[in-house]
Design a protein around this ligand. Structure first.
Ligand SMILES: [Zn+2]
Length: 480
C-alpha cells in the first residue's frame, strides 16, 4: 500500500507540474524501444487458464513476446533491460469489454434525465463534455492504462470524442489502452430528436436502422455497433447484417426474455449488463438459451455495485489517486458532482439491484455456464477508470467466479471474442507484448489487481515501479 501511496503522490505531483496532458504528448512514441526486455522472476499466468509458471522469465523484443521460460531454463541475453518481477504476478494486459471515454465518473449525466446537482453547469456532464472534452481527454485514458487495461471496447459514446480518443491513442498523442469504439448507440425513437441527443441515433424503421449502421461503419469507421433498447426484430436484423458484412460485431442491451430471444435470433454478438441490473431472477429457459447460444455476456457488475461500494466507503471519492491526472478544474467538478451521490437518480436502479439481485443473477449466469467476459462500465457515475477493472474483477471473484476464470475472462476470452486472439490476450511466443504485473497473487486475493506495478503495451513500458524497477542483465544474474 505504501508503494501505491508513493506512486499516487508522484502522479499528483506530475499532474500539477505538468498542467497539461499536452506536455506529455511531445514525449510519446508509439514505437517500442530497441533491444530486449526481460521480465524476470514473477509468477506467470498466461491467460489460458492453466497452471501458473513460477519464477518465470518473459523475453520481449520489438514489441512481441520472443521467449518464455523460467529463471533456470531461459537465459536473459546480455544487454537486455531487466524488469524485476519477483514477488509479483505477471499476466496479459487486461481487456475491458465495456468502457466509456467521454464520461469520467461525474455524478450527473444530464439534468433532464438524472436530476443534476447544481455543481455541473449547463445541464449536466454531457454538454460540458461535448464542448470541452479535448481539455481533459487523456486523463481517464491514462488512468485506465495505468490500471493495467491495455485494450478497451467503448460501448456507447459521443462520436467525435470516441473517434478522437481512439485515433489519438493510436497516433501516440495520448497514452491509453487500444480502443475499439462504437460511437453512439442506435435506439428506437423519433429520428427528429437525434440532433438533440448526445449518444443516441434514433430510428423508427428497419431502413432507418440500416442507414444509421452503414453511416457509422462506412463514414465514421466505428469498430462495432451498439443496438440499444426497444428496437424491433427487423431493425436489429438490419443492423447485424450491415455490421457482420463488414466483419464488425453488435453489442446489445436487453429488456426481457422475449427481447433476448429476438436479439439472439437476429444475430447479435454480445449482451451488455446482464446480471448487474434490476429485475427478477432469470428463468431456466433464459439461462439455457444463453448457455446454448454461447452469446458473450458482459455483466458490468460495477453498474449496480459501485453504489453499494461507495455507500459503505464514501472515502473512496476523496482518494486523490482516483482523478489525479485530470486538470484541477475538472477533478474538482467531478468530485463535487459525486458528493451528493445518494440522491442521484442515476442510482435508483442500483439501489434496487443491490437488494441481492445482482449477486443472485450473476451467480445464476455463472452456474448455467454462460460465456462471461469482463467489462467495467467505466465512466458512469463514481465508476472511475483508475479502479474500474480491479473493482469489477474483485466482484466477479467475490460473487463466485473462480479467480483463474476471472483472469481468463479479462484477457484471453475477450481477445477471442474480438477475434484478436492471434495477437492479444495471452502471454505466448509471437504475441504482441501487452503485459502487466501486479504485487502479490490474484489467485489468492483478487484485490491485488488494484496494485499494478508494470504496464507494457505493444512492448512499450508505460509504468514500472517499486521493486520492478529495471536493471541491466548483469545485475539480473545476481538476483538469482
Ligand atoms: Zn455502458
Amino acid at each position: 500500500m505504501k508503494r501505491l501511496v508513493g506512486t499516487f503522490a508522484a502522479l499528483i505531483l506530475t499532474a500539477s507540474l505538468q498542467p497539461a496532458i499536452t506536455a506529455e504528448r511531445q514525449a510519446q512514441s508509439p514505437k517500442p524501444a530497441a533491444g530486449a526486455i526481460a521480465i524476470v522472476g514473477g509468477m506467470l499466468i498466461n491467460g489460458h487458464g492453466g497452471q501458473p509458471i513460477h519464477q518465470s522469465v518473459v523475453l520481449v523484443e520489438n514489441g512481441t513476446i520472443k521467449a518464455i521460460g523460467t529463471v533456470d531454463s531461459l537465459k536473459v541475453p546480455a544487454g537486455a533491460r531487466v524488469i524485476n518481477a519477483r514477488g509479483k504476478t505477471v499476466m496479459p494486459g487486461l481487456i475491458d469489454m465495456h468502457s466509456h471515454s467521454d464520461i469520467v465518473g461525474a455524478g450527473v449525466y444530464d439534468d433532464r434525465f438524472f436530476g443534476a446537482a447544481p455543481v455541473v453547469p449547463e445541464g449536466g456532464w454531457h454538454p460540458l463534455s461535448k464542448a470541452r472534452f479535448k481539455e481533459f481527454v487523456g486523463a481517464s485514458e491514462k488512468h485506465q492504462l495505468m490500471a493495467g487495461v491495455t485494450m478497451a471496447r467503448e460501448v456507447g459514446g459521443f462520436l467525435d470524442a470516441d473517434l478522437y480518443i481512439r485515433d489519438a491513442i493510436n497516433r501516440g498523442e495520448i497514452q491509453g489502452s487500444r480502443r475499439i469504439v462504437s460511437g453512439p448507440w442506435i435506439n428506437y425513437g423519433d429520428p427528429a430528436l437525434t440532433d438533440k441527443l448526445f449518444h443516441t441515433i434514433n430510428v423508427n424503421t428497419a431502413d432507418g436502422a440500416r442507414a444509421a449502421a452503414i453511416n457509422l461503419l462506412d463514414v465514421h469507421k466505428v469498430d462495432l455497433i451498439k443496438a440499444y433498447n426497444n428496437l424491433t426484430e427487423p431493425m436489429v436484423k438490419a443492423i447485424v447484417e450491415e455490421a457482420h458484412k463488414r466483419g464488425k460485431h453488435v453489442a446489445s442491451h436487453v429488456r426481457s426474455h422475449e427481447d433476448l430471444v429476438m436479439r439472439i435470433a437476429a444475430g447479435i454478438d454480445s449482451m451488455e449488463h446482464m446480471g448487474a441490473t434490476t429485475g427478477e431472477r432469470y428463468t431456466q429457459e433464459t439461462l439455457d438459451l444463453l448457455a446454448e447460444s454461447r452469446l458473450a455476456v458482459v455483466p458490468t457488475l460495477n453498474v449496480g455495485l459501485v453504489y453499494k461500494e461507495t455507500e459503505e466507503f464514501p472515502e473512496r471519492l476523496e482518494d486523490p489517486a482516483a482523478l489525479a491526472l485530470f486538470p484541477a478544474e475538472f477533478a474538482d467538478l467531478i468530485r463535487r458532482s459525486a458528493r451528493d451521490f445518494t440522491n442521484l437518480r442515476y442510482f435508483d436502479g442500483a439501489k434496487k439491484a443491490n437488494k441481492g439481485g445482482t449477486q443472485a443473477r450473476f451467480k445464476q449466469l455463472l452456474d448455467a455456464g454462460v460465456r462471461i467476459l469482463m467489462g467495467t462500465e467505466a465512466g458512469t457515475p463514481l465508476n472511475f477508470h483508475s479502479t474500474a477493472a480491479a473493482r469489477e474483477m474483485v466482484w466477479m471473484n467475490r460473487l463466485g467466479m473462480d479467480a483463474l476464470d476471472v483472469i481468463v475472462a479479462s484477457t484471453r476470452a475477450p481477445a477471442q471474442f474480438l477475434r484478436e486472439d492471434q495477437k492479444y490476450g495471452s502471454i505466448e511466443v509471437g504475441k504482441v507484448a501487452d503485459i502487466i504485473a501486479v504485487d502479490g497473487n490474484p489467485l489468492f486475493d483478487m484485490a491485488v489487481m488494484h496494485q499494478v506495478s508494470l504496464v507494457m503495451k505493444d512492448g512499450i513500458v508505460y509504468k514500472v515501479e517499486g521493486a520492478a524497477a529495471s536493471q541491466s542483465s548483469t545485475a539480473a544474474s545476481r538476483l538469482r
